[in-house]
Design a protein around this ligand. Structure first.
Ligand code: ASP
Length: 438
């Protein structure tokens, strides 16, 4: 009798390899695509499960908690690193600081104005708790003083205070700049290692964002339908309007305060702006920003290096505008009209948070937890913003780069540099590792 061959058994090895291949395929997809898939699946599961989808919000809560935990050390290290590496030519530091502060202030005012006029948080009819959060009603001066650290480690504990973290980071950075010789190099190295390590941790958290988006979308759709997404659509539109206004402000300032013409800026910076949008990282774009400024727009190397290499570390106007608008949006969603002084508090914390935001994808989301804490807004609502952050991050990064361009052009002044003589060294020499590159 012929022996019967047994049917092929699916071993756990082959199952593992199928899962492994699917996982590899998933991980190879760009983050925005994975988030969109999470979004789509979230809608489907929310509709299927209804109220039972509520517990699916847990991963998003976890992600927010971890982002909040990472925010204070990330801000500290980013600011210390930027301060230690920055080189300010004689007399230029103050001018740069003035320009950076003015631009960030204008950005936040534009953000608050657009959010107050369009009121995207009121575009949907959701149940509102009515009761303002306790911290939001405290007196503004008291709130500000409360942010001055009582102890060095205080701002790094639970409910970290962003202004306190920035104050400590600035003090440490300035103190460490006094180090000389090998000790200075050693500290720069150590700070660099700490920064890279934190970025690895941040990267791990970012990997979970598609799952978090899936869960929060399913939970929202299952428990309260699509009403919150109407408001979210309004928020996206409002942020885009505000970012466009900020860009217009930059171009008008360039027209009035420098020899450069706005149309030439847009033409010359095209590559850098597209790269900023596609990478969502102003730091990754930095070399190209510098290169376009010097070779396509024609700005002096010194101005480009101050604006695009030094300034870029502290200059995140798009991020500041976004954080302020998010605070107001969530306030409106909860039925809270933040008072003038509470909005001032949002301005101060957003400035601090944008200074501390590294030029990497999702950095604004990390520091936003601290802005929310400062004005007593519930950080759970940042989970809602996770769903659109992948897109808005790209838009605000592009504006962050435009901010660096604006500063470089203004620093270049009203007189165009004389064309270099053939004997002069090429302007193309640009060392990424130089201290100014940050
Ligand atoms: N991605 C932004 C940047 O690189 C920072 C942020 O998340 O706002 O400039």
């Amino acid at each position: 009798m012929a022996e019967r061959t047994p049917p092929p058994v699916r071993t756990s090895d082959s199952t593992n390899s199928t899962v492994g291949t699917a996982w590899d395929f998933w991980k190879r997809q760009p983050l925005y695509l994975r988030i969109l898939v999470g979004f789509g699946l979230g809608i489907v599961f929310g509709l299927l499960l209804g109220e039972r989808a509520h517990p699916l919000e847990i991963p998003s809560k976890l992600v927010l908690r971890l982002l909040g935990a990472l925010a204070p050390p990330l801000i500290l290290i980013a600011v210390v690193q930027a301060l230690m590496q920055a080189e300010f030519p004689q007399g230029s530091g103050r001018r740069l600081l003035r320009l950076l502060l003015l631009n960030t202030f204008v950005a936040i005012c534009i953000g608050l104005l657009v959010a107050n006029v369009l009121q995207p948080g009121r575009w949907s009819n959701i149940e509102r708790p009515g009761e303002p959060p306790a911290a939001a009603t405290a007196d503004p001066l008291g709130q500000f003083l409360d942010n001055v650290p009582r102890s060095l480690l205080g701002p790094f504990t639970d409910n970290g205070k962003v202004i306190g973290v920035i104050l400590i980071a600035l003090a440490l950075g300035i103190a460490l700049r006094r180090l000389q010789g090998p000790r200075r190099l050693l500290v720069i190295d150590l700070v660099g290692v700490a920064f890279d390590t934190l970025l690895v941790l941040l990267h791990w958290i970012i990997e979970v964002i598609p799952l978090a988006v899936f869960g929060i979308v399913a939970s929202i759709v299952g428990t309260s339908g699509f009403s919150k997404f109407v408001a979210l659509g309004g928020f996206v539109a409002a942020v885009i309007v505000a970012l466009l206004l900020q860009t217009t402000y930059y171009l008008l300032r360039i027209r009035g305060g420098s020899w450069v013409r706005p149309a030439d800026v847009l033409r010359g910076m095209r590559d850098a702006l597209v790269m900023a949008f596609s990478t969502a990282s102003s730091t990754a774009t930095m070399p190209l920003t510098y290169d376009c400024l010097v070779h396509k727009v024609g700005v002096r190397e010194r101005s480009a290096s101050l604006g695009a290499l030094v300034g870029a570390n502290f200059n995140n106007d798009g991020t500041a505008l976004y954080e302020a608008m998010s605070g107001l949006f969530v306030g409106q969603l909860l039925g809270l009209q933040l008072s003038f002084w509470q909005q001032v508090m949002v301005v101060l914390t957003s400035i601090a948070a944008s200074v501390g935001a590294a030029g990497i994808p999702e950095a604004g989301l990390v520091t936003m937890t601290l802005v929310f804490n400062a004005v007593g807004l519930p950080t759970e609502f940042i989970a809602l913003l996770l769903t659109v952050d992948w897109f808005l991050d790209r838009c605000r990064t592009t504006v962050n780069v435009m901010g660096d361009v604006n500063v470089s052009c203004l620093l270049d002044g009203r007189e165009r540099a004389a064309p270099a003589s053939p004997s002069q060294p090429s302007a193309a020499t640009f060392d990424l590792e130089s201290p100014a590159s940050g």
